[in-house]
Design a protein around this ligand. Structure first.
Ligand code: KET
Length: 442
């Protein structure tokens, strides 16, 4: 009886890959089995440059560790924030017993799509009124970029080449080649002035082929925090639209986070759409509604006439269906609830502004702390840069030192997520920067 029992445990343990001493002869896996694997040649991949920072952070046992890597908002207490308005929308969803778990249509919740297009283009947008806008609920900003990229790769009559700024959010360089687009860069940031290399950008767009796709950050450029001025946007638009007939593809991951106002942050997108030309827009609700893990976003394609828009929509569905069939319900239902309810919408705007304001206050606190320490260098860019990040100008060696000696985790390009900072951690960061700058001068 006992022997049977022991054999069962041994078999279960083998199944679970556990080592259990049952007194029976043990069966071990032969070490040569790995060499027989059809995947034995697979190399260990490096961690993602942004999400890998969190992996390293999680391994650090130090109580003083600070994660300024990923662009995710934290409270003054350093905790993730679920917006009150999101909680309210969730309570409404929970109370509604008519809701079910059926599949959504391939392009998601129709109401969510309509409201998302209105949020980025304005509720009075002529393109929406003329039914020239196709919107598909996608898996957050990343999924929207990927679906848009694949649609362009399959159907665009122009060159299948996309120009992204140098530098840009690192994932752009992985998304677009996999979507089937040749990916090139245009000059964007000038490290000397820590500002926009406007001349370089214009030259590179002029030198790019007619009709090429141009990826533009709608606001709060990641990682540099440097946005064009309104005049510069008009110059860019003139080249893209009039001189080169290029296709603008906006990545809007931070609407409301740059200025605190949803409309102000949509200004550039609306200028491009309102001139009547074709435009792609990828929207994310990860940051501005704090719905990071719900993966909720939208791809909007603005066509020149409604008949084209309808056919485009039919083909977007063919991109999505074999990729993930249809999108998840929950996050988009929360967003639709908030955007469709006046009171919730107003409440959201207040909470969004509070997040943007806290980030701006962190900029002032960090700048003051470095000034008080007389840290060598000019740090005014901390105040001037826009959005979630400060592109500090610190080099890889300095960043590695700050992580090792001060337990400050950030990306190796010197980007700091200001949203991860608090009054408590500013002095530690300022000490770390001060020491890094003195120890390893640029
Ligand atoms: N575009 C930009 C410019 C961007 O910074 C991000 C995320 C995304 C799109 C995609 O976000 P999604 O969660 O798919 O809606 N950036 C932060 C997180 C990340 O890297 O995934 C970051 O830069 O830290």
């Amino acid at each position: 009886m006992e022997a049977v029992h022991n054999r069962r445990i041994a078999s279960l343990a083998r199944h679970l890959c556990l080592e259990v001493d049952t007194g029976l002869p043990s069966i071990s896996f032969s070490p040569t089995s790995a060499s027989r694997s059809s995947f034995g040649h697979v190399k260990q991949a490096p961690e993602d440059p942004i999400l890998g920072v969190t992996v390293e952070y999680n391994k650090d046992p130090s109580p003083m560790k600070v994660n300024l890597g990923v662009g995710a908002y934290r409270t003054e207490e350093g905790k993730p924030l679920v917006l009150n308005v999101v909680r309210k929308a969730e309570e409404q969803l929970l109370a509604d017993r008519s809701r079910n778990k059926e599949y959504l249509p391939i392009t998601g919740i129709a109401q969510f799509n309509k409201l998302s297009a209105e949020l980025i283009l304005g509720s009075d947008s002529p393109a929406i009124a003329q039914k020239r806008v196709v919107t598909a609920q996608c898996l957050s900003g990343t999924g929207s970029l990927r679906v848009g990229g694949e649609f362009i790769a399959h159907h665009y009559s122009g060159p299948k080449i996309i120009y992204v700024p140098a530098p840009t959010w690192g994932n752009h360089l992985k998304i677009f080649p996999l979507a089937g687009l040749e990916t090139r860069t245009y000059r964007y940031y000038n490290p000397k002035t820590r500002g926009l290399d406007y001349q370089g950008m214009i030259e590179d767009l002029r030198a790019a082929p007619n009709g090429a796709v141009v990826l533009l950050h709608a606001c709060a450029h990641n990682p540099t925090g440097v946005d064009p001025t309104k005049d510069e946007w008009e110059g860019i638009r003139n080249v893209v639209r009039n001189e080169k007939q290029q296709l603008p593809f906006f990545d809007s991951a931070y609407q409301g986070f740059a200025s605190g106002s949803l409309d102000t942050d949509a200004w550039a997108v609306r200028r491009f759409v309102n001139d009547g030309g074709e435009t792609f827009i990828a929207q994310s609700y990860a940051k501005n509604m704090g719905l990071y893990g719900e993966r909720v976003g939208a791809l909007s394609i603005v066509a020149t006439d409604p008949a084209v828009a309808a056919r485009v929509e039919s083909q977007v569905k063919l991109v999505i269906r074999p990729m993930y069939s249809n999108p998840p319900t929950y996050g988009a239902a929360i967003v639709a609830n908030i955007l469709s309810n006046r009171a919730l919408f107003e409440e959201w705007k207040v909470e969004l502004k509070a997040m943007a304001d806290r980030i701006i206050s962190m900029r002032h606190q960090l700048f003051d702390a470095l000034t008080a320490r007389r840290t060598p260098g000019n740090w005014t860019h901390i105040l001037n840069q826009i959005g979630m990040f400060t592109f500090t100008g610190l080099n890889k060696q300095q960043v590695e030192y700050m992580t090792r000696d001060y337990h400050i985790y950030m990306t190796l390009d010197g980007r700091i997520s200001m949203a991860g900072l608090s009054s408590r951690t500013v002095p530690q960061l300022a000490d770390a920067i001060h020491s890094a700058v003195i120890k390893f001068s640029n």
